[in-house]
Design a protein around this ligand. Structure first.
Ligand code: KIV
Length: 285
């Protein structure tokens, strides 16, 4: 199983690594079987799975519901639960309680928090209690209203210096990795070189130690114009559309179900006898 020590070793050995978001049992199982070292149950699920306009409405209970499903599907990946908006902002005590639920109920191995500043003390406390912390700097979606939209951060010298200073402080506080989202590539490279712990970029160029993408973006399940940093490795939305239309057409014209998909009393209609009585959703998943 991948642990935070392995993630640190990746950095020390110069081994770049990939991270993907996962939100449910089946995708977690597929990604885990594919050898993905880290799965992030990101609060992006609010937008890509639940249809909210931002990540702000996502609740801790919603996150835990998805975290539990991911934990049931994965066996070897390091699982990171994203602490949703207002689940760690009121006090250190609230942060400890929320992070504890991710570990105890959600089956996560670590949590992720957005921002610098007050997050430093929370990171220190959680780490001291044995809860590994990944932090998220740069374009932090939970600050969307303050940033005036989902905009690249760290373009000015002042902003860049702040991000670098936050990263160093969070490393000192015990964070095991830092996500850098939506920042200029040269800033991400500078932060990566300045830290002992690994950085994980998204829209931060190629100079970080790892990269993270949202599952649905990477597979082309989300449609329309993708942000510049997204590479679509498949076009599953097109495949699903084509398959759904073909299925509806075959139902309409009577070619589905055929004899090979039908049961008969004497068992001759199905080619494999053992499958005859297997009536189970997602069999073989
Ligand atoms: O919520 C999320 O999926 C994230 C990643 C994009 C880093 O925070």
């Amino acid at each position: 199983m991948t642990t935070v020590l392995d993630v640190q070793r990746f950095k020390e050995e110069g081994q770049r690594f990939a991270v993907l978001t996962a939100y449910d049992y089946l995708s977690a199982k597929i990604l885990d079987d594919a050898g993905m070292p880290i799965l992030l149950v990101g609060d992006s699920l609010g937008m890509v799975v639940l249809g909210y306009p931002t990540t702000l409405p996502v609740t801790l209970d919603e996150m835990l519901h998805h975290a539990k499903a991911v934990a049931r599907g994965a066996r070897q990946a390091l699982l990171v639960g994203d602490m949703p908006f207002m689940s760690y902002h009121a006090s250190v005590e609230q942060a400890i309680a929320s992070a504890g639920r991710f570990i105890q109920e959600g089956g996560m191995h670590a949590v992720k928090l957005e921002g610098g500043g007050r997050i430093v003390e929370i990171t220190r406390q959680l780490t001291s209690m044995g809860i590994p912390v990944m932090v998220h700097l740069g374009l932090t979606p939970q600050f969307v209203n303050q940033m005036g939209g989902f905009k690249v951060q760290g373009k000015s010298d002042k902003q860049a210096a702040r991000i670098l200073a936050d990263a160093k402080e969070l490393e000192q506080a015990g964070a095991f990795s830092i996500v850098l989202e939506g920042v200029p590539s040269d800033l991400a490279t500078r932060v990566t070189k300045a830290l002992r712990i690994p950085t994980i970029g998204i829209g931060a160029g190629s100079g970080t130690d790892g990269q993270v993408l949202v599952f649905h973006d990477m597979l082309g399940l989300t449609t329309g114009k993708a942000p510049k940093f997204v590479k679509r490795y498949a076009n599953l939305a097109d495949d699903i559309t084509r398959a759904a239309k073909q299925y509806a057409q075959e139902v309409g014209d009577g070619t589905f179900p055929g004899p090979e998909h039908s049961y008969s009393a004497n068992g001759t209609a199905a080619p494999v006898k053992a499958q005859l009585d297997e009536v189970k959703y997602g069999a073989g998943a």
